[in-house]
Design a protein around this ligand. Structure first.
Ligand SMILES: NC(=O)c1ccc[n+]([C@@H]2O[C@H](COP(=O)([O-])OP(=O)(O)OC[C@H]3O[C@@H](n4cnc5c(N)ncnc54)[C@H](OP(=O)(O)O)[C@@H]3O)[C@@H](O)[C@H]2O)c1
Length: 194
């Protein structure tokens, strides 16, 4: 069971523009031609912050011209300090505060299934999992655009030598490069102490 941050980011490290647009991303690649379909087969539980959840409500569930069902059958934990609308029939659990007990609950949900935990984002929430020593992998598809500003991929300083081990590089279409990193824990072979 691994806890994985799987996402796409611009070349200058942003998930979305300041106004939460992902319009930069979709022209770059057909999502079905990326590693996402295979990745999803290994996902047993998801976590996301409220901006990401609200993006899903606006652009998927309540999309103009007719919404689509909530796309995930797996349980999804949504972090927010606010009261957010639920999606009828979807297994969505609203939580706040410390990520550690939530991660324990997610682990319990996937235990024995051989599946992983997907941290959908955004970056600050994933940073909280990193701070708690709970992040195993970063899988990022880097798009051939720069945004100049926006919501950052991972607003943390991870600068210790070999804390991030690059394990794979792959190209998707003309505009995407996927980088896979393992986050080496403090004291792991090869990881320098912070
Ligand atoms: N490029 C991609 O593939 C990709 C992937 C994921 C997301 N995105 C997009 O990137 C943007 C990310 O937005 P974002 O940076 O604002 O991140 P976010 O994580 O989606 O939302 C951040 C918000 O979540 C809530 N939150 C976070 N941690 C919390 C905690 N421990 N307890 C309680 N609440 C907590 C807070 O809001 P409240 O307490 O006010 O609710 C916080 O402001 C979104 O537009 C999303 O759609 C893109």
């Amino acid at each position: 069971m691994r806890t994985q941050y799987y996402t796409a980011a611009s070349l200058d490290g942003f998930l979305a523009t300041e106004d939460h647009s992902l319009e930069w991303l979709f022209p770059l690649v057909d999502i079905q031609d990326t590693s996402l379909p295979e990745f999803m087969q290994g996902v047993g539980a998801l976590a996301m912050g409220s901006s990401t959840y609200e993006w899903m409500l606006r652009h998927v569930v309540n999309a103009p011209g007719g919404g689509a069902p909530w796309p995930y059958a797996q349980p999804t934990w949504v972090f927010s300090s606010r009261q957010l609308p639920a999606v009828p029939g979807a297994d969505i659990r609203f939580v706040r505060g410390d990520v550690r007990p939530v991660h324990q609950a997610m682990q319990a949900a996937v235990q024995g299934t051989g599946k992983n935990i997907w941290l959908v984002g955004g970056g600050e929430l994933v940073g909280q999992f990193y701070d708690a020593g709970l992040l195993d992998d970063i899988i990022v598809q880097v798009g051939s655009v720069t945004l100049g500003s926006g919501h950052p991929l991972l607003p943390r300083r991870i600068a210790q030598p070999r804390r991030l081990e690059l394990t794979a590089v792959k190209r998707f279409g003309p505009g995407m490069a996927e980088l896979r990193y393992e986050v080496l824990r403090e004291g792991a072979p090869g990881a320098e102490r912070a």
